[in-house]
Design a protein around this ligand. Structure first.
Ligand SMILES: Nc1ncnc2c1ncn2[C@@H]1O[C@H](COP(=O)(O)OP(=O)(O)O)[C@@H](O)[C@H]1O
Ligand SMILES: [Mg+2]
Length: 196
């Protein structure tokens, strides 16, 4: 299958493509559809799961498996290849641990308002880029789980009526805001998630 990727997406390498569980898939549209169905099931699992112990490696990996595990064989396992986004793969375990610990600290101490804590957490999670694929969607759902389960506030309206997986104005703003956050400036990302 040849996949066209929107700007800011992570291309899969041939080994990772091997992990596709549906061998008949020939288009990006079919793949999106399969992933979307899997994500729906994952979200049902997430809602039913009353566990609030979510800021740990085990939960981060389990959620990824629940969201994408029907479609891909390598879900829940750390990325092993270099991508155009993300840290060196050998650093993933340690950096994820630091991020989860920092996030727990912010929550305990009220370091940031809930929305800012979720935005900072989301950005750093996609920046680490834990998995070969699905990091954007997984990290948006993780941020929402943190908001709803731990901080007891509403989730973020990420897509704002658009399809955030497709190339459109809203995705362009989102990717630009993440790039600004890579440079330490989270204002754009805060504006992106604030409904104005
Ligand atoms: N410059 C960047 N800095 C941090 N994160 C980024 C950057 N560019 C893209 N991303 C994130 O990476 C995601 C793409 O990674 P990918 O693993 O393909 O996730 P998905 O398959 O869910 O879209 C984007 O949706 C976005 O969340
Ligand atoms: Mg992707």
């Amino acid at each position: 299958m040849s996949i066209e990727y929107p700007d800011g997406a992570t291309p899969l390498d041939p080994d990772e493509m091997e992990g596709l569980k549906f061998k008949h898939v020939t288009t990006r549209g079919q793949l999106d559809h399969l992933e979307q169905a899997n994500i729906q099931d994952g979200l049902v699992w997430l809602q039913r799961n009353k566990d609030t112990d979510i800021l740990n490696e085990g939960f981060v990996r389990e959620l990824h498996k629940r969201l994408f595990g029907d479609v891909w064989a390598w879900t829940g396992t750390f990325r092993q290849t270099e991508k155009n986004i993300g840290i060196d793969p050998v650093q993933i375990g340690v950096q994820l641990r630091i991020l989860l610990d920092d996030t727990g600290f912010w929550i305990e101490n009220g370091t940031y308002e809930p929305l800012e804590a979720a935005v900072r957490f989301h950005h750093r999670l996609v920046y680490v880029h834990v998995f070969p694929n699905g990091n954007g969607r997984h990290a948006r759902i993780m941020a929402d789980a943190m908001l709803t389960k731990l901080l007891k506030v509403d989730p973020i309206d990420w897509a704002g009526g658009y399809d955030l997986q497709a190339m459109n104005e809203r995705r362009e703003q989102y990717i630009q805001a993440l790039r600004a956050a890579d440079g330490g400036d989270i204002k754009l990302l805060m504006r992106f998630v604030s409904d104005e």
